[in-house]
Design a protein around this ligand. Structure first.
Ligand SMILES: Cc1ncc(COP(=O)(O)O)c(C=O)c1O
Length: 396
């Protein structure tokens, strides 16, 4: 029998709402209407609505099955070759001796380590975050007990960047503060900085002594592998310290295998080595060691020129589908023209939450509450039904 002095532990839990996007996924899955469009979920889809295992990854899985002769622990940094092979893709060159890289459980794991590292080094650092941003960013920063300073990044009604507000916000940062930046394919807006704007941002970061944390989760799904890394590389060249949270989950299509990497550029090799020790200590407290399977597959693909070429070709196909859909949506109405200029898997519709419900209930079209939609969530033959429904809403 429980008495007043022996209350149950779990009675102390407060009510929380289930994740809105996960709820949307379930609703879309259970919707039995013909021609429904699930543009809520954030994964690449073929015209048939499939999220296939990439051909190069399938081949790598066969090789892994043949070659792997042990599943013994690899240590806190995971697969050591994986970040080394990834570096030329992300940075266009090998890791310098003032840089470290390690395997993490997806981009989320890399971001977790990034902000915990900031906390360990400078707990009073404030993190500048442009809004709207990916829904996980703020909880991950708050999880490291860091203060968040928001600034407007994108005006949904105007479908444009709030460039002046971004510049003003970053110029107000103090030395030692942190700026979270999307490397490419901004989620949820699809609106990215131009090369000139990246140069300007980099100059402000250097001038103010602000440390960039660059989240790059969609490289190759915007304009191209090289083009999508251009901004990140500008910042890498300019800033003495840079933290990069990378994810392979989208561009290698290995979502559930949780594949990512954290890279840090320090001012010198000694600091880089010390940073690595701290990061591994944090990783030990979080998950001890990252899961191996997906990173081993990426390592196999990137170790073999033939598999790498196969992967690149398939990534090109995926990006081609996204770009083609963007063009078709953009051409349907001048009010949607901005979608053709944006990049990556996501853009936002200038709609209210009530209109989002209308899209769902009257047209079986699922988009996130804030109007974010996954461009490749529609089949090739569904573009007209998507744009007709959106145009009807905009017409009132
Ligand atoms: C902007 C952004 N960053 C990071 C991630 C992390 O991805 P994952 O943890 O699945 O690798 C995502 C995933 O949706 C994302 O959209």
């Amino acid at each position: 029998m429980l008495t007043d002095t022996k209350s149950r532990l779990l009675d102390g839990l407060e009510h929380i709402e289930p994740d809105a996007l996960l709820q949307l996924m379930v609703m879309a899955r259970d919707d039995e209407r013909q021609g429904k469009i699930d543009a809520g979920v954030g994964v690449f889809k073929t015209s048939e609505g499939k999220t296939p295992v990439m051909r190069a990854i399938k081949e790598a899985e066969k090789r892994l099955h043949e070659e792997q002769d042990s599943k013994a622990y690899l240590g806190m940094a995971g697969d050591k070759l994986f970040p080394k092979l990834l570096a030329p893709i992300v940075f266009g060159e090998e890791l310098g001796d003032n840089m470290i890289g390690l395997q993490t459980p997806g981009g989320c794991g890399a971001l977790t380590l990034a902000f915990k590292l900031v906390e360990a080094a400078r707990p009073q650092a404030r993190v500048f975050v442009g809004t709207p941003t990916w829904a996980n960013h703020q909880p991950l920063i708050a999880g490291a007990d860091l203060e968040i300073i928001e600034y407007p990044y994108y005006d949904k009604a105007d479908t444009s960047l709030c460039w002046d507000a971004m510049v003003e916000a970053l110029k107000s940062a103090r030395s030692g503060d942190v700026a979270l930046l999307h490397g490419c394919c901004h989620n949820p807006t699809g609106a990215n900085l131009t090369v000139d704007q990246w140069h300007e941002v980099a100059a402000i970061l250097v001038d103010r002594g602000v440390v960039p944390v660059i989240d790059i989760a969609y490289q190759g799904l915007g304009v191209g592998l090289e083009e999508d890394a251009a901004g990140l590389r500008i910042v890498m060249d300019a800033c003495p310290e840079v933290i990069v949270a990378q994810s392979c989950d989208k561009n290698f299509g290995v979502y559930r295998d949780r594949v990512g990497a954290l890279f840090v550029k320090a001012s010198d090799a000694k600091t880089a080595a010390l940073t690595m020790k701290h990061i591994q200590q944090i990783a030990r407290e979080m998950w001890s060691m990252p899961p191996d399977h997906g990173a081993a597959l990426v390592r196999i693909v990137l170790s073999d020129p033939e598999l790498t070429a196969m992967w690149r070709a398939e990534l090109d196909e995926m990006r081609g589908r996204i770009i083609d859909l963007r063009r078709r949506v953009a051409e349907s109405d001048p009010r949607l023209a901005y979608i053709g200029e944006q990049e990556g898997m996501f853009s936002m519709l200038p709609v209210t939450p009530e209109q989002v419900v209308k899209l769902r209930e009257e047209h079986a079209i699922y988009v996130a509450n804030n109007g974010r939609f996954n461009v490749c969530g529609m089949g090739d033959d569904q573009v007209d039904s998507f744009t007709n429904a959106v145009r009807a809403l905009m017409d009132g």
